[in-house]
Write a protein that binds this ligand. Structure first.
Ligand SMILES: [Cu+2]
Length: 278
């Protein structure tokens, strides 16, 4: 979490690739020849972040909802004579089956978890937005067998109301194929209401890894992640009253309430007061 209220989640990928051997002169359509006689298959990595949200809620309150935001281009006409207008359009995700969503960077798509009762100083509901990073979907046919037990990969975002026994998107025992009827894709068939509830976000994010020669013998770190960012949660930037850094205050600290050379009263920085208490 940083001083502007942002929470960043990052996964770093490294390690040794899974490899196959090649006959002399052989190349493989489904992989990269990364060293003489060696190829690494094209593959994908997926991660799921389960986030039990409680935006601006006191303990026990269940006053959250989720809206999807897409940027829309305005139709040409009297209100758009220069043909350059665009705007953010919001849509409330009312129930679980409406909330199976995919990323769309071309429309700057993101999702905001809002408190349904608390407003900021402009009267809008307080919220935190989920900002996707780069992402992908499984590159497989809809009937692929692995999608039976990993059906949660079919969408980048799922939203459920909190349930204490819904912890693992693939169900309790994801390796015991097929285990159909368990996990996220099954739970959402209840189509529970999300209009004012204890909201759980499931953000599924992945990377399609086309191996490079530079990934061998040990892969340099690749990064993938997302952000939770305040959106009307604070009344202004939470970073504007950050105390000076300690090295800065060492130079400027002339004592508590003393005048400096210009006749200006210099108060001891808050940070020094806090340090003194420690
Ligand atoms: Cu990889």
């Amino acid at each position: 979490m940083s001083q502007d209220g942002k929470i960043e989640a990052e996964v770093r990928l490294t390690g040794i690739l899974s490899l196959g051997a090649l006959q002399p002169g052989e190349v493989r359509k489904y992989g990269t020849t990364i060293a003489p006689g060696l190829y690494a298959p094209v593959h994908q990595h997926f991660f799921v972040a389960r986030m039990d949200m409680a935006v601006d809620c006191k303990p026990g309150e269940a006053y959250n909802q989720v809206v999807e935001v897409n940027i829309k281009v305005e139709e040409p006409g009297e209100v758009n004579v220069h043909n350059n207008a665009f705007y953010a359009e919001e849509k409330l995700l009312r129930c679980e089956l409406e909330a199976m969503r995919d990323c769309d960077p071309l429309s700057a798509r993101h999702w905001i978890v809002r408190n349904t009762r608390n407003v900021n100083r402009t009267g809008q509901l307080t919220g935190f937005k989920l900002v996707p990073g780069r992402n992908c979907l499984p590159l497989a046919g809809t009937e692929a067998k692995f999608l039976r037990r990993a059906a949660f990969l079919r969408h980048n975002l799922w939203v459920t109301p909190y349930a204490h026994d819904e912890m693992y998107p693939g169900g309790e025992f994801p390796n015991q194929n097929p285990r159909v009827g368990e996990g996220l894709a099954t739970w959402v068939k209840q189509n529970r209401s999300l209009e004012e509830n204890d909201i759980v976000l499931w953000y599924v994010f992945g990377v399609t890894h086309i191996p490079r020669l530079e990934d061998w013998p040990v892969m340099p770190v690749d990064h993938i992640g997302f952000m939770l960012m305040p959106h009307g949660f604070f009344n202004c930037s939470p970073a504007v009253d950050v105390p000076p850094s300690s090295c800065d205050s060492d130079v400027k600290d002339n004592g508590n309430g003393n005048e400096n050379g210009n006749g200006v009263v210099v108060t001891k920085p808050l940070q020094n007061a806090l340090l003194a208490k420690l």
